[in-house]
Design a protein around this ligand. Structure first.
Ligand code: FEO
Length: 575
């Protein structure tokens, strides 16, 4: 291994350096060392900084695997220009589109407009929205190959959810290096390129796994299974040291932790067809709703899935969701038969059309699941047109429904765990009764709320606790607007009853309810005692709820001498 050049940016508030080093035949790592970074995702505190690793592979053609964080713009571009003439770069392989790896894609595209960007379909879609400029692209799936020449035959390994749905690994058969981006990484920064000191790194390796990979344990196991077919000699991760000296130990640890985690998880197997209709878009929206409940999702492409894999997922899943494949997709047909053979009556099931135009009919399959005795989590979702935001919201709500159904036993158990005295004491916390109404584009939603309080005077602000499994949560992000409708004493029952109803996915919450539009576009309930127009300023994660703090802009009271409906509870283990 040959160290090439080190560079340092002394102008940055934190110490930033780059290290370029040859790690294999015609293969160079460019490591961006972020020595002082002390926070990553929201709660992911860092002790030892991090690195963002990028790689150059040179055959007859040249490929760059990932870029770096934007803060390394000058250092990284200097480093790469010192290695290759960017005007001759052939491929930019995107393992994952999060900005710590793709933060300089736009700059690389400007310097290398001839380059072909290689990635999973989702990654290319994300990038199109990110860089806002046309580029040539090549979508790759599991098992696809790309020959760079001089023996550098690249093979792509699908690794969805590690750490986003867009992730692919890249394996180079010449150097036996597997490029895994986030997977097998750690937030650790030092001058050592490799994992020489295992004991020193173990704690950071495990902490990183727990934060980033553990929530997708089944996806980790699927990726490891795909890796077994490859003769891997080094794992070149996107963060921290490259793994070579204790390779099998690191992989075994991932496998062991994921097996333990997967045993404890409730999960839904979601079967879809990545390349057919709008299947992937709808699958993502449904997944969003499911995971809101703390239920994991295993995405399986019906068109490429192997029977053994399908059988395993179906036998272990608590819920099944199927996006209908094309009638001409033979692999998907075989997979549907496998699903039917392995499904059992303790599971919930939901079906959706994919809008591909030649979908397998949905109702015969629905009838078969009913015969087996599965519970239908939501009515079939039937779409023929490109999905709108309203359809996506409907899918999100369908996912929320199946997630809530699967977690119902846990919720009841949690409610029962409070002791009686504490239950009664908490029950003495009383509150008003309110309806939150929100509208974003064509999508609307509403929720009965009682955990509401004024939270600031200047500016005027309110705080509302919203359970994480509420579909309206996706309309209450920072900058979103909503109406806080105040219910009237002795005149709230009909509104409360209406909004407490269980709505089917996509149902109009405001049918038969008198509303008028506020200046922020959200519906005001005509029968509310008062209303306030609010804008979300901050969200604080509080275990199973979000506290939504919002500034209040305008408001009005309908009847000045009438009181707010008050909610008194006997016990505090439910609303
Ligand atoms: Fe290192 Fe998910 O980005």
């Amino acid at each position: 291994m040959v160290a090439l050049t080190d560079r340092e940016n002394t102008k940055s508030p934190g110490r930033l350096t780059t290290q370029t080093i040859e790690i294999g035949s015609q293969t160079i790592a460019i490591r961006s060392l972020d020595w002082d970074r002390d926070r990553f995702d929201i709660e992911f505190g860092l002790q030892n900084g991090t690195t963002y690793n990028s790689f150059v592979i040179r055959g007859e053609k040249t490929a760059l695997v990932d870029t770096s964080h934007r803060k390394f713009q000058e250092l990284y571009l200097d480093a790469i220009k010192g290695l290759i003439d960017l005007s001759t770069l052939d491929y930019l392989i995107i393992s994952h589109t999060e900005p710590d790896h793709s933060g300089l894609v736009k700059e690389v595209l400007q310097l290398a407009p001839q380059v072909t960007v290689v990635g999973a379909k989702v990654a290319i879609q994300f990038l199109e929205n990110m860089v806002h400029q046309p580029f040539q692209s090549l979508i790759v799936k599991n098992g696809d190959r790309l020959d760079l020449g001089n023996g550098h035959q690249l093979e792509f390994v699908s690794a969805p959810n590690l750490h986003w749905p867009d992730t692919i690994f890249t394996y180079d058969s010449k150097t036996r290096i597997l490029y895994t981006c986030d997977a097998f990484g750690m937030h650790y920064c030092d001058d050592y390129t490799f994992d020489e000191d295992r004991e020193l790194l173990e704690k950071d390796f495990k902490y990183y796994y727990d934060c980033l990979m553990g929530p997708n344990a089944r996806s980790v196991l699927s990726a490891i299974k795909r890796m077994e077919k490859l003769d891997v000699g080094m794992i070149a991760t996107g963060h921290g040291p490259l793994l070579q000296h204790y390779l099998s130990d690191w992989v075994s640890s991932y496998q062991k932790w994921s097996q333990e985690q997967a045993k404890a998880d409730t999960f839904v197997a979601l079967f879809y067809c990545e390349d057919y209709g709008y299947s992937d878009q709808l699958a993502r929206a449904i997944t969003h709703g499911i995971t809101r409940n703390g239920v994991a999702v295993e995405l399986v492409d019906l068109s490429t899935a192997e029977p053994q894999e399908v059988r395993e997922f179906v036998s272990q899943a608590s819920g099944l969701i199927i996006g209908m494949p094309s009638q001409s997709d033979q692999n998907a047909h075989a997979a549907l038969s496998t699903i039917l053979a392995a499904a059992h009556n303790k599971q919930a099931v939901g079906l959706f059309e994919t809008g591909g135009g030649e979908d397998e009919p949905i109702y015969p399959l629905r009838n078969k699941f009913q015969e087996i005795g599965l519970t239908e989590a939501f009515p079939p979702i039937l779409i023929k047109e490109p999905p709108t935001k309203v359809i996506e919201q409907m899918c999100d709500e369908a996912g929320t429904d199946i997630g809530q159904w699967l977690m119902r036993d846990r919720t009841i158990k949690q409610i029962k765990t409070l002791d009686n005295d504490l239950e009664r004491a908490l029950g003495r916390l009383s509150s008003g009764l309110y309806i939150i109404t929100a509208q974003k584009g064509d999508v609307n939603s509403a929720m009965l709320a009682s955990w509401v309080m004024q939270a600031s005077m200047n500016p005027l602000g309110v705080a509302i606790a919203v359970a994480k499994d509420r579909a309206i949560e996706s309309l209450l992000h920072i900058g979103d607007r909503f109406i806080l409708n105040v219910l009237e004493e002795d005149n709230y029952q009909s509104l409360m009853k209406h909004f407490l109803k269980r709505f089917s996915p996509g149902a109009d919450r405001f049918a038969d309810i008198k509303t008028y539009a506020a200046s922020n576009g959200c519906p005001i309930l005509a029968d509310a005692l008062a209303y306030m127009e609010c804008e979300v300023t901050t969200r604080m994660e509080c275990s199973d709820h979000w506290i939504i703090y919002s500034s209040v802009h305008t408001g009005r009271v309908g009847k000045l001498d009438t009181l707010t409906a008050v909610h008194h509870r006997k016990v505090g283990n439910h609303y």
